[in-house]
Write a new protein. Structure first.
Length: 436
């Protein structure tokens, strides 16, 4: 199989080379060129999917408010579907940009990948306060909806239940149990006619919803319990004693307490910066590796690397014997493995080299400025717009920035994930012209 042109392949950078700025420059150039080619050829379907994803996100939030009229539990169960729209659109874009010979059916690969990418996706989603924003929207709009329907004097129950209540913890436990039981049935080959049976695919969709419920509501419950634990500590005698002791230290040694406070603040800032610049991009990249690893073994195995004609392949021959690479390749190529695929994706990502990871992190950071570019461009076009005009345009501009960010991030992710797999000897999965 002739592989498509991959910019930078001939630049002489090997997978085993140490990290250098030259290698970083090569990877940055390769990712930018490949992303541009993908957008040039497939911008229309990618744009449509991004528009549908953002629109579905808005309507699902509104639906959760309407369903919340039936009770807090139905409302919150519907609310768990909100992040699923963004996840679904991202994975769909990745699969649309992937060559069809890598799979038998787009829907089957989509179902196979969704369960494994939930964990890294929710890391990304929560990093932007997505879960908190959804919950805040649900609570505020729920109160507004109750006031409009029932009036000010109505005694309407709360739309948001206590995160530490037996009801919430019970929902998490039941969803986790159903997910585990359903996975056992889905993974047992003797129960199904083939691995792509329609009923088996349907069961995987249901399992994916259960997984989404226990992760999303579990994160909400965990946050509530952490806040409750902090309040409980400060209400205890020992907690108050520690607080009083620190106040006395502050009075006698203000320089020391000031230095400690500065260090704590600096540490929080560094952790937040590391999460934004490293953790979140790597979570995105894990998603891409998992999605592009689905059914890879149908096309090429890790043992084929040494005989591949890719420029990196012969230099990778020693890594093919690495048991960690073999295990990761097997896991990431197996659609039935949920967290196995996740582990495999992380393993392949780390073993592919550090320069591509750094390049993706830098470009991802650059994409966080897309909303500012949208607002800046609009301001340049209409510099005399008053406050009322800005308020009228705020929502369309915000949604436009969301669509562009999703479109560019998913396309960049496709280019980066494919490049990492290509460095391990896999043929390119991108829908780009073959190199002649």
């Amino acid at each position: 199989m002739t592989s498509p042109a991959t910019p930078g392949d001939s630049a002489g950078v090997r997978v085993g080379d140490p990290f250098t700025f030259r290698a970083l420059a090569v990877e940055l150039t390769a990712l930018l060129v490949t992303t541009g080619k993908l957008l040039g050829r497939h911008w229309l379907p990618v744009l449509v999917i991004a528009l549908v994803g953002v629109t579905a996100h808005l309507y699902l939030r509104d639906l959760s408010v309407v369903v919340g009229r039936l009770g807090s539990v139905p409302g919150m169960l519907t609310l768990t579907l909100v992040p699923f729209s963004t996840l679904l659109s991202t994975v769909t874009i990745l699969l649309v940009l992937r060559r069809r010979e890598r799979s038998q059916n787009l829907a089957q690969d989509l179902i196979a990948a969704l369960g494994s990418v939930l964990v890294p996706f929710l890391v990304v989603y929560e990093s932007g306060d997505g879960l908190k924003d959804d919950l805040r929207f649900y609570g505020y709009q729920g109160v507004t909806d109750d006031l409009n329907r029932l009036g000010v004097d109505a005694d309407a129950p709360s739309r948001v239940v206590d995160g530490g209540s037996a009801l919430v913890l019970g929902i998490v436990a039941v969803a986790l149990l159903l997910r585990l039981v359903g996975s056992r049935f889905a993974e047992r080959d003797s129960l199904w006619s083939d691995r792509d049976s329609p009923w088996r695919m349907t069961l995987r969709i249901v399992i994916g919803y259960f997984e989404l419920v226990w992760i999303v509501i579990g994160a909400y419950a965990l946050g509530f319990l952490v806040r409750s634990g902090a309040g409980w500590w400060h209400s205890r005698v020992i907690g108050r004693a520690v607080g009083s002791w620190w106040d006395s230290v502050d009075l006698s040694l203000p320089v020391l307490t000031g230095a400690v406070s500065w260090l704590i603040g600096a540490g929080d800032t560094l952790i937040a910066a590391a999460a934004t610049a490293i953790l979140i991009p790597l979570a995105w990249l894990t998603m891409g590796m998992v999605v592009y690893g689905v059914r890879t073994s149908d096309t090429i195995s890790v043992t084929d690397v040494a005989t591949s004609r890719l420029p990196f392949a012969r230099r990778m021959a020693t890594r093919v014997d690495d048991p960690r690479v073999q295990r990761a390749w097997a896991r990431v190529s197996e659609p039935e493995g949920r967290f196995g695929m996740l582990v495999g994706g992380i393993g392949l990502m780390v073993r592919s080299g550090w320069a591509p990871l750094a390049a993706f992190c830098l470009l991802y950071m650059a994409l966080t400025g897309v909303p500012y570019l949208v607002w800046g461009a609009f301001r340049a076009v209409l510099p005399t717009l008053d406050v009322a005009g800005w308020n009228a345009w705020w929502d369309p501009l915000y949604r436009t920035a969301e669509v562009l960010t999703l479109l560019l991030t998913a396309t960049l992710l496709a280019a980066a994930s494919d490049r990492l797999l290509a460095r391990l000897g896999a043929p390119s999965a991108l829908r780009l012209p073959d190199r002649r």
